[in-house]
Ligand binder design. Sequence first.
Ligand SMILES: Nc1ncnc2c1ncn2[C@@H]1O[C@H](COP(=O)(O)OP(=O)(O)OP(=O)(O)O)[C@@H](O)[C@H]1O
Ligand SMILES: [Mg+2]
Length: 653
Amino acid sequence: MIPGGGGGLEFMMARRGRRRHASTVPDSGLTGPVDIPEPQPEQGPKDLRSRLKRARTSVAGTVRGLPKVARLTWQASPPLTIVLALITLLSGLLPTATAYIAKLLLDSVVAAIQHRGTTGDIVNVALFQFAVLAATAVSSAMTSIAQTLLQERMTLTIRHRVMTHASDLHLAYFEGSTSYDMLRQAAQEAPTRPLSMMNSALGLVRTLITFGSMIALLVAVSPLLALVALLAPIPAFISQSKYGSRAFWLTFMMSPIKRRMDYLSSLVTTDTYAKETKLFGLGQYFVERFRKLGVVAYERQRKLTVNRNVSSTSWGLLSTFAGSAIALYIALEAVGGRLTLGDLALYTAAATSVQASVSGLFTAFSGMYENNLYLDTLYKFLDTEPEITAPGKPRPMPSTVEGHIEFDSVTFAYPGAEEPALEGVSFEIRPGETVAVVGRNGAGKSTLFKLLCRLYDPTEGRILLDGVDIREFDPDELRTRMSAMFQDYVTYQGTAAENIGLGQLGALEDRARIEDSARRAGAAERIERLPSGYDSPLGRWFDQGVSLSGGEWQKIALARAFIRDAPILILDEPTSALDAQAEHDLFARLRALAHGRTTLYISHRFSTVRQAEKILLLDHGKLAEHGTHEELMALGGNYAELFTLQASAYLNG
Ligand SMILES: Nc1ncnc2c1ncn2[C@@H]1O[C@H](COP(=O)(O)OP(=O)(O)OP(=O)(O)O)[C@@H](O)[C@H]1O
Ligand SMILES: [Mg+2]
């Protein structure tokens, strides 16, 4: 009756995972068949007992989620929560009051017509009716105010918590696809969910109050009528619940399709993709894929919507029939004088209201169930502990770090990877030394740098800084002693000065220091030519933002690495986008820059590599060769081979 068991999301993920392994159909939506898996979430036996058991589990799971939601709402604003709760509960009685007044009004009118009552009575009832209607209007306005304000506050609170938590999490969390999905969901979906859940829960209580009071009112008129009113909506309820759960699962199953559609749409609407889509003539292809996916999604939705409405209307007709039969019965009873005209009005109002309540109960509950699934993801995300943390008693960082680095049999495999990215790597770098790391693509060079910055911890072995395992330090403090430019450096949508200053927060406003680093990175000349110099916005997100070339951006990123006066400097392919002159200039300056610091850089250009005091050659995650340029050339191994290869290409070209 109620969808699935507890963890709908796990089910989804397991299902997607299985599909990926079982077939070769890619999940990107760029190729492959255009379809959506049938929503068949209910696995296992379908007999009544297991269905009831599943229903019980999901009810229990949803109910267990409530206290947490209540706490979140309360934390956002206690007064607003109280206002919302009181008004919601009060408004549960309003439909009953309205129905009862309709009865009173009719009865008093009939009494007046038959000269048994006075117009004064009618005026009193009318006044009472006005009061109830006014209360209804006021309460709905207040509910909407309270909800809007609470929503704003909760969105802020939850986004704030998600951001705080995300900024503390370890890099692996961001680089894993499942956990990254979870983060996306927590950041985008979760902020609105707690209040929806709270609303559904309060709605459930409100409906129960309406339902209960209506039934009580009907019992007072006729217990038999109450019973019939209670039973009549059952067929409609069953069909509602069946299709309600299908609709829920369809939404779930559709979300991958929606994501693919979003991706296809971004491929043709994003500036950075436009060049390639035009050149390869991909626009039409992507648009056509998008259209096909859209047709499938629409078709599925259409079937469900039509079936759902046809079915619930046909079953609903049964209820309507029962209701009409009873209305007829009451009408005849009223003619016979056994019931009043007011009773007839009351019953009609009550029957409609009870029917609405029954479907309202289901909607409220399935809403809670769905919201709870999203909230589970939020809690799971917030409960994820950062894996790279400071030890209980971190060793204080020495005031001057020498920059002596030692890798001691370091092995590292990325989470979930079958092969290690680094295996048994041992080497030593003396303070102040300049070291080049070389190797083929995928050899593990960037990984080595990530380990050194403690963005990951080695699976085996240790990394020592000045003789101390880096895990003994507080990682935040350790990182203040390092400066780095990564292979995929960030291009901040900010001014040139901000782009550089972000490398050392304390120097964000220190223009002299920023200009100095820009000069050292070779970026100063270009920045000075910008319309507003260092205050020019870079990137296209801003009005009047300047678009820089790839190499110009890289120089800015280098300046950001240089502004930090750290004893260890790490550069991952710092000149990959630079022209020959700029590269030459940079390495000429690097000697002065690297003075007194331990410097490590990765490069594929051997002309720059040979200038290093020590060279490490990685091959398939292992340290294959190390030594000076002369030593490695004399060794006649892999390094000598690659060096000669590149040099001869220059000479013969
Ligand atoms: N975040 C990650 N998760 C899983 N595996 C990864 C991740 N990053 C890199 N790898 C894998 O680890 C291996 C080493 O990658 P690394 O980035 O260290 O190579 P590299 O030597 O820097 O190569 P390049 O010269 O292309 O930059 C590769 O096989 C890569 O597929
Ligand atoms: Mg790399």
